[in-house]
Design a protein around this ligand. Structure first.
Ligand SMILES: Cc1cc2nc3c(=O)[nH]c(=O)nc-3n(C[C@H](O)[C@H](O)[C@H](O)COP(=O)(O)OP(=O)(O)OC[C@H]3O[C@@H](n4cnc5c(N)ncnc54)[C@H](O)[C@@H]3O)c2cc1C
Length: 415
């Protein structure tokens, strides 16, 4: 197989972040290569939920019609502590609808979008090292499977986008460090056949109980996929000081059993997997002179609900916009990330850290769930469904709290 030996922009990782970056870079006229260790279509452990923020980015990429042919939802049904609340997506400056698409399909479509935009895709290319000259990365070394053996190949590049996900092996080579004293997620997902696969609401159970009926600091979700199945999962939060010993897969099976009748679930859990999630920009060394980390590699994940598809798509676009104006990314990229996400990630991870305090959720949950108003506010804050253009009171309070929190951070996001 012959692959081009040189490109302008090399993107490593073809998840939502990498594919979005590759699509935008190719549309801007750059020569782009999009490399991934996997062969597509490939699965990714995820709840498959697309919040209005993600919808906005997918619309920008021109994918609204494709998306509307999939599940469309109008908000969150929050269950717990004897209450069920319907909380519509707030709309405003963001779309007022959400969706859920299995990642095997979504990521394949996004990667195809990047290819159609002009990027060259390299499958089964695992990035293992970089070559440098001074403070610039000049090439990435890939391990490529060829029949029963593997060989090393180099691709030279002028700029490098690292979108290799939660563990970010290439990011590590470049000095990326994940700080687990800041709250991180532990979550699992599975697929189940459901008679309510067309439900126009996604569901979240904020009162999650284990087989001993003890309340767990976490939540369960059921996201209808509109294809006869739902994505069902559970997630919890932890820090290095308060690590979790949660057995994710058994808890997921227990949660499914509890919801079987109500959500018309049938058969066994399919494709149960679990994963860790760095959150809230809890990584350092996110950029160098001509390279930058985006998406999960840069911990661009909302600490209050674990969503990261939207931030992946968004950070891919923002980086390409920045690269058009700046040659040196080492200071500009972390500064831009902090500018966009610093305040909201700072306050969100502070609040999420509280959830790891034993007995706090059982104490506060019932009061919160009794108030429609409080939960509507919580949905907007938890989902960070607030943009810089929003001027209403809830948005102003959120930004004020974010500024105060950031000013007190011992280690601010992306530092
Ligand atoms: C259980 C769970 C549930 C979640 N639910 C949601 C949800 O409902 N909604 C939401 O918005 N977010 C959710 N998230 C978060 C979301 O999955 C991530 O934030 C999102 O996938 C980030 O996209 P990404 O492109 O940065 O990384 P990824 O999607 O992980 O893509 C990284 C890519 O890099 C490739 N790669 C890795 N190493 C290399 C290498 N060395 N060389 C080449 N390629 C490499 C991988 O093969 C992969 O294709 C969930 C996460 C978990 C764990």
């Amino acid at each position: 197989m012959s692959i081009p030996a040189e490109t302008d922009v090399l993107v490593v990782g073809a998840g939502p972040a990498g594919s979005a970056a590759a699509a935008w870079a190719a549309r801007s006229g750059a020569e782009v290569m999009l490399a991934d260790a996997a062969v597509f279509p490939r699965d990714k452990t995820c709840g498959d939920g697309l919040t209005p923020r993600a919808i906005g980015e997918l619309q920008r990429l021109g994918l609204e019609d494709w998306l509307r042919a999939h599940a469309v939802n109008q908000g969150l049904r929050a269950h717990g502590f004897g209450q069920t609340l319907l909380l519509p997506w707030p709309g405003g400056t963001l779309p007022d609808w959400g969706s859920a698409v299995a990642r095997t399909e979504l990521d394949d479509h996004l990667r195809t979008t990047a290819i159609k935009s002009g990027a060259t895709a390299l499958d089964a290319h695992r990035a293992v090292d970089v070559r440098r000259e001074g403070d610039r990365v000049t090439a990435v070394v890939f391990r490529v499977a060829t029949g029963s053996t593997t060989e090393l190949r180099e691709v030279r590049c002028r700029r490098l986008v690292v979108a290799d996900g939660v563990r970010s092996p290439l990011g590590k080579v470049l000095g990326r460090e994940w700080h687990r004293e800041t709250v991180y997620g532990v979550a699992g997902r599975s697929y189940l056949t459901s008679g309510r696969s067309d439900d126009p609401w996604i569901s979240s159970h904020l009162e999650l109980r284990d087989e001993h009926d003890t309340i767990i600091s976490g939540y369960g979700w059921i996201f209808p996929l509109g294809n006869g199945e739902v994505n069902l999962g559970v997630g919890t939060l932890a820090t290095s000081k308060r690590p979790t010993d949660l057995a994710v897969k058994p808890l997921m099976a227990h949660y499914a059993d509890q919801r079987r009748e109500e959500f018309q679930l049938s058969g066994d859990l399919r494709m149960s997997t679990s994963a860790l999630l760095p959150m809230g920009g809890a990584v350092s060394h996110v950029a160098g002179r001509n390279w930058a980390l985006i998406g999960d590699a840069a911990a661009c994940v909302n600490p209050l609900n674990g969503e990261g598809i939207d931030y992946g798509l968004e950070s891919g676009r923002l980086l390409v916009e920045l690269m058009a104006e700046h040659d040196d990314l080492s200071e500009t990229w972390p500064a831009l990330l902090r500018d966009h996400y610093g305040e909201s990630f700072s306050i969100a991870r502070r609040l999420a850290g509280l959830v790891t305090v034993p007995r706090l959720l059982p104490a506060l949950g019932p009061a919160g769930m009794r108030s429609d108003w409080l939960m509507t506010l919580a949905l907007r804050w938890m989902g960070n469904l607030i943009t810089d253009e929003d001027r209403d009171r809830a948005a102003r309070v959120w930004r004020w709290a974010g500024r105060r929190s950031l000013a007190r951070d011992h280690r601010p996001p992306f530092a």
